[in-house]
Write a protein that binds this ligand. Structure first.
Ligand code: SF4
Ligand code: SF4
Length: 127
């Protein structure tokens, strides 16, 4: 399984990663729709929020809508999800937007890391 790795010392805060993620999944460069987040600086470094695909959220969903895909990434089945937001309350790596009923999360596709100009984001094989 691949998960995102973030090197804070290399991040320049350009937000290319979030724009790319939004474009890949929602066909718009709106960083409020990204499945990962580069947040405000703390102690001079940008902070990263992204899913490590641990799967602890799977048992939280009362509808059984969260599952692990064959590639190891954890996702939400939009056909089953009722938008109760229990997963969002459970883990801050779930995101949501007024344009959509269902929350969403990083799927470890790596598009963000390919758009990062500094190598701050990379994909690492784990497990
Ligand atoms: S919002 Fe959807 S995926 Fe999340 S806990 Fe509720 S039903 Fe499950
Ligand atoms: S694309 Fe790379 S350098 Fe730019 S904000 Fe994202 S992680 Fe930081």
């Amino acid at each position: 399984m691949k998960i995102l790795q973030f090197n804070e010392s290399l991040c320049i805060g350009c937000h290319n990663c979030e724009e790319t993620c939004s474009k890949v999944y929602f066909k718009t460069e709106d960083i409020s729709k990204a499945r990962l987040r580069i947040t405000e600086k703390v102690d001079d470094f940008n902070r990263f929020k992204g899913c490590n695909q641990c799967g602890d959220c799977i048992d939280v969903c009362p509808e059984g809508a969260i599952y692990r895909m064959k590639n190891g990434a954890v996702t939400v089945d939009k056909k089953i999800c009722v938008g109760c937001m229990m997963c969002v309350a459970f883990c801050s790596d779930f995101h949501y937007h007024d344009d959509y009923v269902e929350p969403y999360k990083c799927l470890s596709c790596g598009a963000c890391s390919r758009s990062c100009p500094t190598g701050a984001l990379t994909m690492k094989v784990e497990g």
